[in-house]
Design a protein around this ligand. Structure first.
Ligand SMILES: [Zn+2]
Length: 482
């Protein structure tokens, strides 16, 4: 029982890696390059008699390839057009190069309308806006650059480099302007780039159009000929999407207000209504508490138990999982209706993962695992009896810093401690600082800040200080409980 409770959640953490990660690791241009995430290689002395689930089962999707160097997307602004505005434009270019971005922006905005409508200077003004955007992005991420790239496009919609920069910013911001129309135009302007196809595949798969998504992934594969590791990764994702499309074609589908439930028409006739009811309630209640609602309908796939393992590649005992590639919740349904308490726990827990995945966008994989799991436990208001029991035993605490990456290598005992700590530390964080501060922290993580920096800047507290305060608080609670 206990293992069942813990492991259902353990499995998805090892996680399927999504298109987002392809983007993070490979397609993302270097001007926003960040060091690749360091794999956690902590060695724990916990009991390792039982193999962790990931060793028993075939790993779902291989790691994405390491980042490859991309060309800087700055445009050479050397040749200032010989017009009577030459000096003004040259001065703006120099301000950008010197890093005086505010001045440059003011001057660009203040250019006389006659100059802005001059067909000779417009492409150059577009380049200046583009390069301003690149510099702003170095400081503030794509939130800072989006406006400049939009401006640049308004002066020259045909420049493929500028359009690609705008697309990267839209992608990072999960901006709804990055829709099928935009991406198809981008493909026409930049026909040799793989990124627009990856992005369109992602857009299509979010809308359940998996067959079309797979076709765009294949076009991305063709265009990634110079990068065999990207190609191989995209092939894996593409075949997963195709497989899912094939499986989906045999399933019935019902749309609720915020969820689409896919189920076996014969075996799960009754389950979908119950599942939808629980999820809609979770949507309202948890969304309200957390202050965020998913931007897209979430797909939930019900599997009669006999198919669950085969369809999802998950362990037989897994209670449910969240698939990061397709952003879907998977749930086995055998006996689900007879154990509503169990059903509700699993669905609410996985819903929080889906919610965080939606909120954090392409950086959802950068969310420290202990915080992701802790939020899933706290926001779903799930009390784990096993965890309560564990709390009375002598435990050696694993540093939270060692619980930020995948927990796949943890022994089952260490994994239990990990969940316990995740729950406790997250509860402490929320109780001590409130949900508003939690949201501010998440917003900083979304902007690629490390948790240590985010804590320092948001809570005026070092990560070490947080850990020792939380541990002291925890020990106090355990002493009382025992
Ligand atoms: Zn979980």
């Amino acid at each position: 029982m206990y293992r069942r409770n813990i492991s259902n959640i353990l499995y998805p953490i090892a996680g399927l890696l999504g298109l987002f990660i392809v983007y993070e690791a490979v397609v993302k241009p270097v001007y926003i390059q960040t060091p690749p995430p360091t794999p956690t290689d902590q060695k724990l002395t916990a009991d390792r008699k039982e193999a962790p689930p990931e060793q028993i089962y075939e790993p779902p999707v291989e790691e994405p390839p390491a980042a490859t160097q991309k060309q800087l997307r700055l445009i050479d602004a050397g040749g200032v057009p010989e017009t009577r505005h030459h000096d003004a434009l040259e001065a703006i270019r120099d301000e950008i190069e010197k890093g005086n971005l505010k001045t440059a922006e003011t001057q660009l905005t203040g250019l006389p309308a006659t100059l802005q409508s001059d067909s000779k200077t417009r492409p150059y003004v577009a380049i200046l806006w583009n390069n301003l955007g690149i510099e702003q992005e170095k400081l503030e991420g794509t939130k800072g650059s989006l406006k400049a790239f939009k401006k640049a496009v308004s002066f020259d919609a045909k420049n493929p480099v500028i359009q690609m920069n705008l697309a990267h910013a839209y992608w990072e911001q999960r901006d709804p302007a990055m829709n099928q129309d935009f991406l198809e135009r981008l493909i026409a302007i930049a026909p040799h780039e793989s990124f627009p196809h990856v992005a369109l595949a992602d857009w299509l798969q979010e809308r359940g159009r998996l067959g079309e998504a797979a076709r765009h992934l294949e076009q991305a594969i063709e265009r990634a000929a110079g990068d065999p590791s990207l190609q191989s990764y995209l092939r894996t994702v593409s075949s997963k999407v195709r497989r899912t499309d094939h499986t989906d074609s045999r399933l019935s589908s019902r749309d609720g207000a915020h969820f689409t439930v896919k189920y076996d028409g014969d075996a799960d006739q009754d389950s979908w209504t119950v599942v939808l009811e629980i999820l809609e309630e979770a949507y309202r209640e948890i969304g309200q508490k957390f202050g965020h609602f998913p931007t897209q309908p979430i797909v939930v796939v019900l599997h009669p138990n006999t198919n669950f393992q085969a369809n999802t590649g998950s362990p037989a005992w897994a209670d449910g999982l969240f698939d990061q590639v397709l952003g879907r919740i998977h749930l086995p349904t055998q006996g689900a209706l007879t154990d509503r308490v169990w059903l509700k726990r699993v669905l609410r827990h996985e819903f929080v993962h889906a919610l965080l995945h939606d909120q954090q966008g392409i950086n959802s994989n950068a969310l420290p695992n202990w915080l992701n799991e802790g939020l899933a436990m706290q926001l779903s208001s799930d009390h784990w009896p096993d965890v309560d029991q564990l709390q009375r035993h002598e435990l050696s605490i694993i540093p939270l810093t060692a619980l930020e990456g995948s927990w796949g290598e943890l022994s089952s005992e260490a994994a239990s401690v990990a969940y316990l700590e995740a729950d406790s530390a997250t509860r402490y964080l929320i109780n001590r600082y409130g949900m508003h501060e939690m949201q501010q922290l998440l917003a900083r993580l979304k902007k690629k800040q490390s948790l240590a920096t985010a804590m320092q800047e948001e809570l005026s507290l070092s990560y070490d200080q947080f850990q020792s305060r939380w541990k002291a608080h925890w020990q106090e609670g355990r002493t009382k409980a025992s």
